[in-house]
Design a protein around this ligand. Structure first.
Ligand code: 6R9
Length: 655
């Protein structure tokens, strides 16, 4: 047995593109050939075709100061103009840009012309507040149109946004404000979540009061009225969005900026230490955002209705809610609230209402819906869907199949897209209409990218072997650094394998050379000297008909080094009387894994639980489960979406 992933690699289901899909597909086989001939030239061609450059670039990649890259350096463009005005000028001003759905059921629609006007007014407001090129603006908003308007307004004037997810605490917000020295915070009184208003402004007030002497870099707080909850008001600092926008000029001419102008900072947690401010710039980022959004999602902007369920607080919200779709002139849906408010069919109701044709969501959501049962989506008309995407974690083959069968009527392609905050845009994915799909595998690097799997010595592993995922050549939307910390950038990403970008993910190539992601390398277990991946055992558990979701950790074990410990959520429709049967089910699941993968992978313990600890972006925090499995005090839970979850799990296990 080699390294344990064989179970996943024995997945034999294959889905060829249908003739219809192939005939109408945006992507084509030729893209790979073209890109292979000359990568930088390929990206230059894509950029010139997909974007409007006020000053065309004459250079593509400059890697002479590696690992600090520039792309299209002597070109000039305006990112917001590319996402807005040019569509209006091309005669598409009446096309809907945003269909926004509030959690309580209110809705707002913006055409491209209307969105352009709103962004112009917001840009003028920022200028009136003294914000200019290079200044940092923190955005701490719910999923409301103003979040997108703010980001584009900041981009339009050459300033830099730092979006902080609305679920983060005052402390986290303050740390991010300080690190970027933000001059302005854009927030809301509150937003709707799980059926009630969740206040936001108090967190901003608290964040700015943390040092007690008001000495933060923030000069103003611009407040959108959304929750209508009472808020404290600081006269010389706070301004209502509607007052300022109400008196702003509606005309603003976008000025071009050099391609390497910083566009945004987005903080992401490292394994240890303070969050890293990942820096992205303009021309290269927008090129790959637009290219991937068009080709991976097979976007036909005249007819498609696209919905990415991500919050703008995450990279997926930046690239695939704001910049990619709008650069491509897409019509999209955005939704303020949680999937279960006010009822568990809310997502499917939204798809039915807006006739969504392309859905981009996370495996954690899909597995949650699996757990609730297909009767919920089956009650809605989902026939408008023609393409499904997945991002954020490995998607187990069973969840992939469920997604295609239940949500996609057994017909839609499912694209599993691997990428990171740092990569800025999708890196590994099938191309719909071109690639034969394999459930559970992210499959192939996109055209124009060079991705390898290396062993510890830095040698490419070849087919049918596992190792570490690297990006071997610079790419247009790559991070340009860590804000204020160039050494940490070099150390974190470029020193494991000199000259190559170390992603921190384990991966394996199958017999065809397709890529299977195995999770972060810190999730790899070592049981009696065998390397086992959490993803593989989790997939085996999820393939059991009674299991909806599973998380596996390696817990320290005196004899085997580590032992496999599994936490399992049972499907609701098959729950039965769990109290009585938990032991029997645990035994059955241990045997199931053993027969599917081998005795070495058999979990030492299986706990049936009601919840799993997840970050706000839906990634399972295995570190906390490891604490539990090893009988330690549970570590820092502040980044959990629901900080009570660990108590619930501890109680489940004790009971
Ligand atoms: C886009 C995003 C990045 C980490 C990444 C990996 C995991 C993302 C994945 C995936 C397997 C996929 N990840 N997509 N693992 N298959 N399709 O999620 O960015 O929040 O920075 O997380 O997420 O472990 O390294 P980010």
């Amino acid at each position: 047995m080699t390294n344990g992933i064989d179970n996943l690699l024995h997945e034999t289901r294959r889905f060829e593109p249908s003739a219809d899909f192939r005939a109408g597909a945006v992507a084509s086989e030729e893209l790979y050939e073209e890109a292979a001939a000359d990568r930088p030239a390929f990206w230059g061609k894509q950029s010139a075709e997909l974007l409007h450059w006020n000053t065309p670039f004459t250079k593509t990649l400059d890697w002479s100061n590696a690992p600090f890259a520039t792309w299209f350096e002597d070109g000039e463009l305006n990112v917001a103009y590319n996402c807005l005005d040019r569509h209006v000028e091309a005669g598409n001003g009446d096309r809907i840009a945003l269909n926004w759905e509030g959690e309580p059921g209110d809705s707002r629609t913006f055409t491209y012309a209307e969105l352009t006007t709103e962004v112009k007014k917001a840009a003028n407001t920022l200028l009136d507040l003294g914000i200019g090129k290079g200044d940092r603006v923190a955005i701490y908003l719910p999923m409301i149109p103003e979040a997108i308007i703010s980001m584009l307004a900041v981009a339009r004037i050459g300033a830099v946004h730092s979006v902080v997810f609305g679920g983060f605490s005052a402390e986290s917000l303050r740390a991010r404000i300080d690190d970027a020295a933000a001059r302005l915070v854009i927030t809301a009184d509150g937003g709707w979540r799980k059926g009630k208003v969740s206040a936001l402004k108090p967190a901003v007030d608290a964040a700015l009061a943390i040092d007690g002497d008001g000495s933060s870099t923030v000069e103003h707080v611009l407040v959108v009225q959304r929750g209508n909850n009472d808020v404290e008001w600081f006269e010389d600092r706070d301004l209502w969005w509607h007052d300022e926008i109400g008196r702003a000029e509606a005309e603003h001419v976008a000025q071009p900026f050099p391609a390497e102008t910083p566009l945004f900072i987005l903080y992401t947690s490292g394994t240890t230490g303070k969050p890293k401010g990942i820096l992205h710039t303009s021309g290269g980022y927008l090129t790959q955002a637009a290219f991937t959004h068009r080709n991976v999602f097979d976007l036909h902007p005249e007819t498609d209705v696209y919905w990415s369920t991500a919050d703008v607080g995450w990279i997926t919200g930046h690239t695939y809610v704001v910049y990619g779709p709008l650069a491509n002139g897409a019509t999209q849906v955005i939704y303020e609230g949680t999937p279960d408010a006010p009822h568990p069919g809310r997502w499917w109701e939204i798809i039915q209402k807006y006739k969504v044709s392309i859905l981009y969501a996370a495996p954690t959501a899909i597995r949650t819906f699996m757990k609730l049962g297909r009767q919920i989506p089956d009650a809605f008309d989902l026939t408008s869907l023609r393409l499904l995407g997945s991002v954020g974690e490995p998607i187990n083959p069973e969840a992939w199949i469920w997604y295609r069968d239940v949500i996609g009527a057994g017909k839609t392609p499912v694209v599993d897209t691997w990428w990171q905050t740092e990569t800025g845009a999708i890196m590994v994915s099938a191309l719909p209409g071109v690639t034969t799909l394999k459930p559970g595998s992210a499959q192939v690097p996109l055209p124009g990218l060079h991705i390898e799997v290396l062993d510890d010595a830095g040698t490419p592993v070849g087919k049918n072997a596992g190792g570490l995922l690297v990006v071997s050549e610079p790419w247009p939307s790559m991070l340009r650094g860590i804000w204020g910390d160039p050494d940490r950038y070099v150390e974190t990403y470029w020193s494991t394998f000199p000259g190559k970008y170390f992603a921190g993910d384990g991966a394996r190539l199958d017999r065809d050379g397709d890529i299977w992601l195995l999770g972060r390398v810190d999730d790899v277990m070592n049981v009696s000297g065998h390397r086992l991946s959490t993803a593989e055992i989790e997939s085996s558990l999820v393939s059991h008909p009674r299991v909806a979701e599973a998380a596996v950790v390696g817990a320290a074990d005196e004899t085997t080094g580590q032992a496999v410990v599994a936490f399992v959520i049972v499907r609701v429709e098959q729950a039965g009387d769990l109290r009585q049967e938990a032991d029997a089910l645990a035994a059955e699941l241990r045997a199931h894994v053993s027969s599917q993968i081998g005795a070495i992978a058999r979990p030492k313990q299986v706990f049936i639980v009601a919840e799993l600890p997840k970050t706000r972006s839906g990634k399972i925090m295995r570190r906390l489960l490891r604490d539990l499995a090893e009988g330690r005090e549970i570590g820092d839970t502040t980044t959990l979406a629901d900080t009570q979850v660990m108590n619930i799990i501890s109680t489940n296990i004790a009971g």
